[in-house]
Write a protein that binds this ligand. Structure first.
Ligand code: CTP
Ligand code: MG
Length: 397
């Protein structure tokens, strides 16, 4: 049977332990409400057919949350079916409401607390693998590092230990938890009829005697619960990224030979609209690539008079203006010049100085090298010159 898996994201709680004015699921994380982080992780999983978002039932709060969600969905051009529903007084009521509007074609559901924004798509894959193997209830879990005590409270409000369960047989469970849809709906109906209180959905399945499989969870999959957990939302994330640039110029025309901002002492001439600095052009393309901003042709079209004859260092400065507005931090620049002649090595020190200055990099962050192509091709017979640039950076999220 083909699986049709829906994700239920619970964001209908009151966040009473967090004590923030804004409910914790709506606190901003990377400029989006916290629940969005879970949404995106489900959204990018190939196993998810649709997503059900559960927001607080209080009319004003619900309307505001739905409007915010719709705006975000529109902005991100989403294509998966998304449903909204109101939560209930208890978490289990919110789950029940979501199950009640889940399309009847669903075969499975993944129930997730939006207060756990850091789970990964890999965890979804592991859960789905177990569903594929025929499991009806699967929960991610971690071993405990603390010893757990059961206790009783005396009349004087003192707590006395009544039991110490063997830690080796205890696990802390997380979400998302994965279930067969019909069985979970049945299990939730059962606990409603019996008026039982549960703290996770696996418990509902346990009530029906359905085996719940525990798989390894993720240590980063914390639940944002108390005020001190807020620091987890302010940590910056760093993504590595790189950009590649390549450019060619013909040895022709009447422009003096300029490379990396240095005018060479040679009779060789370059054909170009600007000053024909092939190295700086490759470097600008690599920088623009890193910013996902196209190429120099887009920013400085050679059809424009404005850029005729212009020094490429001025154009590089404009690219760096853009760079400073991005959230990127340059790590390293690797530049290669490929030509038969002129000889590049007498000029590399000066070129490197120029690049370091313009990009605010230190000398160990820039490498400049040159090579010939052994007399082969257009560089080999000195018809032209090419340059390759590789820029690496970190994106600060
Ligand atoms: N939740 C829900 N409906 C409820 C209660 C909780 O959808 N009636 C959701 C919360 O939004 C949260 C998840 O269930 O994403 C786990 O619950 P918890 O961490 O307890 O969140 P809150 O109930 O909001 O917080 P608190 O218990 O501190 O009030
Ligand atoms: Mg709660």
């Amino acid at each position: 049977m083909k699986k049709e898996i829906y994700a239920i994201i619970l964001a209908a709680g009151s966040g009473s332990r967090m004590q923030t004015e804004t409910k914790k699921q709506f606190l901003l994380y990377q400029n989006k409400p916290l629940w969005w982080q879970s949404f995106i992780t489900f959204y990018h999983s190939p196993f998810i057919h649709g997503i059900i978002l559960v927001f607080p039932e209080e009319e004003q709060c619900y309307a505001k949350a739905v409007a915010q969600a719709e705006a975000l969905l529109k902005e991100h051009n989403h294509t998966l079916p998304v449903f909204f529903c109101k939560g209930g007084a208890l978490r289990q009521d919110s789950v029940y409401n979501a199950l009640s509007i889940t399309p009847p074609t669903a075969t499975h559901v993944l129930v997730h607390d939006s207060a756990r924004p850091f789970f990964t798509a890999f965890l979804i894959t592991k859960l789905v693998e177990e569903l594929n193997g025929g499991m009806k209830a699967v929960a991610p879990s971690l071993p405990l590092s603390d010893t757990i005590k059961e206790f009783a409270v005396t009349k004087e409000y003192k707590k006395f230990v009544t039991n110490t369960p063997n830690r080796n047989f205890l696990r802390a469970v997380q979400t998302p938890q994965a279930f067969s849809f019909t069985e979970l709906l049945q299990a939730h109906r059962h606990i409603r009829e019996k008026q039982l209180t549960i703290t996770d959905d696996a418990m509902a399945m346990e009530e029906l005697g359905i085996p719940v499989l525990l798989i390894d969870g993720e240590s980063s999959n914390h639940k944002i619960t108390h005020k001190e957990d807020l620091s987890m939302l302010t940590k910056q994330s760093f993504y590595p990224c790189c950009g590649y640039g390549y450019d060619v110029h013909k040895f022709q025309g009447n422009r003096p030979f300029v490379l990396g901002g240095v005018t060479f002492d040679t009779d060789m001439k370059i054909e170009a609209h600007s000053d024909g600095d092939v190295l700086i052009h490759a470097l600008m393309d690599a920088l623009l690539s890193c910013m996902a901003e196209g190429d120099i042709g887009k920013h400085f079209p050679d059809s424009s008079k404005e850029f005729e004859n212009i020094s490429s260092l001025i154009l590089l400065d404009k690219v760096m203006e853009k760079w400073k507005q991005s959230k990127l931090q340059l790590s390293h620049v690797d530049l290669t010049v490929i030509c038969q002649k002129p000889k590049i090595s007498p000029y590399t020190v000066q070129i490197k100085k120029n690049i370091c200055r313009l990009l605010s990099l230190s000398e160990n962050q820039v490498n400049i090298k040159a090579t010939t192509e052994e007399g082969l091709g257009f560089t080999g017979n000195s018809q032209g010159i090419k340059a390759v640039a590789l820029v690496s950076a970190v994106k600060i999220g």
